[in-house]
Structures are given as structure tokens and as C-alpha cells.
Design a protein around this ligand. Structure first.
Ligand code: ZN
Length: 187
């Protein structure tokens, strides 16, 4: 339920509308970081309970998106069998876009890093938040961009702050080997 009629008019109401935004996000990632998604993924616009079954509208912590990657192991080789990205329905457009960039970063992390499960949560969330922040900044969302700068919450805000300070060159931000080194050295 949205109070502002402008936000309401721009809200993402369907999986179809969500898919269009994902295509735009992919183009932005390609143009800015040379990133292309080879693996196919599915997208679903869902209600909060579909992301978190114990969702309670009064709770502060709320997941707005989720990236589920299912792996299969064949002849001791691990490969991706299914990727599903869920994004909460009905959010204002700017928020939906932010969540999409965040989740696409998680998708990239999970399909690239050698030991994703063992990596520090501050790094995982920090990179996702930083990429989404760069996107917001490119869209001139000044209010959102400056609010993020003040966020010191763990692990999203603190992870973001670390990434911001590191000033990673755009050509390296989605470079698997380089980012694994960043993780080992700074997190
Ligand atoms: Zn996340």
C-alpha cells in the first residue's frame, strides 16, 4: 500500500513490468562495467510473504528482494541449474530499480566466486549496495544517494562504506579474481 499517488502510479505491478526493468539494469551494467549475464535467470514479482514467510508489516527488517541460485553437481563439477530472482511487488520505481541492481550483483557473486558461502557478509552486501548506489547516483537520485552515505547499519551500511572508501575502478568491480583479492585483503 502506497500513500503517495506519484509513487503509486510508477509502482511495478507485474512480473512483465519487472522484466523490462531487469533488461534496462543489464544494459546499464554492460555499459558501465562490461558485465554480461550468460546464465539465464527467471524473475518474479512477489508479495512480501513470498520472500519471507514470517513477514510482519510491523517489523523493521524487511527483505525487498531475493536471489535463489540452485546448483547441481555432476561428475564432481558444480554448475548452476536454476536462478530465480524475486522482487517485492508495488514498490516505487526508484526502489524497485535499486533492488534489481542489488540482486543482480548477488547473482553475479554466486555464479562467480569460488567460495561464496564462506565469504564475509559485509563484503557480499557491501558490493550489492555499492553497485545499487552507483546506479542511483547515475539516475541523479540525490536524496537517496546521500541517505545511503549516512547509513552505518550492519552489514549493508558498513559494507557499503568500506566499498565506497576502496574506490575500486569500474573495470574491476565485476572482475572475479580482483574482487576475491579485495575480499581477502580488506574484509
Ligand atoms: Zn543482499
Amino acid at each position: 500500500m502506497l500513500a503517495c499517488s506519484f509513487c503509486e502510479s510508477q509502482a511495478t505491478k507485474s512480473t512483465k513490468a519487472l522484466k523490462t526493468l531487469f533488461s534496462e539494469a543489464e544494459i546499464w551494467l554492460q555499459n558501465n562495467f562490461g558485465l554480461t549475464f550468460i546464465d539465464k535467470y527467471s524473475v518474479l514479482a512477489v508479495y512480501p510473504q513470498d520472500i519471507n514467510p514470517s513477514f510482519n508489516p510491523r517489523q523493521k527488517q524487511r527483505s525487498l528482494g531475493l536471489c535463489e541460485v540452485t546448483f547441481k553437481i555432476q561428475n564432481k563439477q558444480k554448475s548452476i541449474s536454476k536462478i530465480l530472482i524475486k522482487v517485492e511487488i508495488d514498490m516505487p520505481l526508484f526502489k524497485t530499480k535499486n533492488v534489481i541492481l542489488h540482486e543482480l550483483t548477488h547473482f553475479w557473486q554466486q555464479s562467480n566466486f569460488d567460495h561464496f558461502d564462506k565469504m564475509k557478509i559485509e563484503f557480499i552486501e557491501g558490493q550489492a549496495e555499492y553497485v545499487a548506489w552507483l546506479h542511483d547516483r547515475s539516475q541523479q537520485l540525490e536524496g537517496v544517494v546521500s541517505r545511503r552515505l549516512q547509513d552505518k547499519s550492519y552489514p549493508y551500511g558498513t559494507g557499503f562504506q568500506k566499498f565506497k572508501q576502496l574506490e575500486i575502478p569500474p573495470t574491476k568491480l565485476f572482475n572475479k579474481k580482483y574482487m576475491q583479492k579485495v575480499h581477502a585483503k580488506y574484509f
